[in-house]
Design a protein around this ligand. Structure first.
Ligand SMILES: Cc1cc2nc3c(=O)[nH]c(=O)nc-3n(C[C@H](O)[C@H](O)[C@H](O)COP(=O)(O)O)c2cc1C
Length: 356
């Protein structure tokens, strides 16, 4: 099997596994963030505004559809359904890793579908390990240019997925030199640093905040676990060592609310990882994030139709509106100024990491 085929196969496995198996972390940290009810909110439900400006773009709600796929016919349908919903609702969207299409141009259509829609914020996507391996600067710049052009992107996410690479049989584990590369590339490209389920630590956030990056998607623990995904893939091929690694690191990572709260002090922040409802979106705003990112919850609807995606997102937006109403928050700024109760492991994590 040559390399592009391997990449395509892996992406197909991810969709299959994430839509049919339990790949979620065992604990969802958003449940530790409690909003305080206001019995007399002194605003009308209809007056609530949830528009925002982020990365220089106007979104109708603080929601970004997180990058999941591309590189196959199924991926094209998923991206089309998600893109139509993003356009109709005027929210942001990212695509999955564009590696497959950069290696085999016939696959680029599955990402290019985003160009058919009027979307306020489009995020291209490339893996950090791929950049590290492309060691020549000219080659790296070419990869980023091509990926952005493919979807006419406003930002390019460099995704950090070393947990996944570390547990998967064919993982690419070269990480040395990445930060210098990001520092250089951020001078010329609008870069978003994106974790994929294990979160960003305070030390790394501090380092990133000194660079010219546009922001971070903290991609914390509590939602889709790529260690779990790799556990199923390894089991399928009878690779017991990798399956064991996947099982051991299933719940690894820094909780999304914790990582988001720390990142938001110095960077534009998307909180992705474990967002299930509009109440979780409200919690993300309350801990300081500008926006919430959603992947897993939208995968099944996206396999069905754009209408199913819009229905799910519509319900999430309804829930966000109710959370805003019941806390007397007439807009996102007012919501972000609420003082939530934080309990359980999330409180412990915050106390520990806030020391740094
Ligand atoms: C099927 C699937 C494929 C994904 N592929 C990518 C990817 O190619 N690049 C990336 O940056 N993140 C990828 N992600 C990670 C998501 O963008 C997101 O960070 C993660 O799933 C956590 O969000 P969730 O808990 O809402 O699922 C993928 C997620 C899923 C479910």
């Amino acid at each position: 099997m040559n390399e592009p085929d391997m990449t395509e196969r892996r992406k197909a496995d991810h969709i299959e596994i994430c839509s049919t198996r339990d790949v979620l972390a065992r604990y969802n940290y958003w449940d530790d963030i409690h909003l305080v009810h206001l019995a007399a909110p002194e605003i009308d439900h209809e007056q609530i505004e949830m528009e925002l400006r982020i990365f220089g773009k106007e979104l109708a709600a603080p929601i970004i559809i997180s990058g999941m796929t591309g590189g196959s016919e199924k991926g094209e349908n998923i991206n089309r359904n998600l893109a139509k919903a993003a356009s109709d609702l005027q929210i942001g969207i990212g695509v999955g890793s564009q590696r497959a299409a950069l290696e085999k141009s016939s696959l680029s259509r599955s990402y290019e579908v985003l160009k058919d829609f009027d979307i306020p914020l489009k995020i291209a996507n490339i893996g950090a390990p791929q950049l590290v391996m492309a060691d020549k600067r000219k080659q790296t710049v070419g990869i980023l240019n091509d990926a952005m052009e493919m979807i006419d992107a406003d930002l390019i996410a460099i995704h950090l997925n070393y947990l996944q690479e570390a547990v998967q049989p064919e993982g690419e584990k070269r990480a040395k030199g990445l930060l210098g590369l990001i520092r250089d590339l951020a001078i010329d490209f609008p870069i978003l640093i994106k974790e994929t389920g294990a979160g960003l630590s305070p030390e790394l956030i501090k380092t990133l905040a000194k660079m010219k990056i546009k922001g971070v998607d903290v991609g914390g623990a509590g939602g889709t676990s790529f260690s779990a995904v790799e556990y199923y893939r390894a089991q399928e091929i009878g690779d017991h060592r990798s399956a064991r690694l996947g099982r051991t690191f299933w719940n690894w990572g820094i909780p999304t609310p914790v990582s988001a709260a720390i990142a938001a002090m110095s960077l534009q922040t998307i909180a992705t990882g474990g967002i299930r409802t509009g109440l979780d979106v409200a919690r993300a705003i309350i801990v300081g994030a500008n926006c919430a990112g959603i992947a897993n919850r939208l995968l099944m609807p996206a396999l069905e139709s754009y209408a199913a995606v819009e229905e799910e997102l519509g319900e999430i937006i309804d829930e966000l509106r109710v959370a805003m109403f019941l806390t007397g928050s007439k807009n996102l700024k007012a919501l972000s100024e609420q003082d939530p109760l934080v309990t359980g492991p999330t409180k412990d994590w915050l106390e520990h990491l806030a020391k740094v």
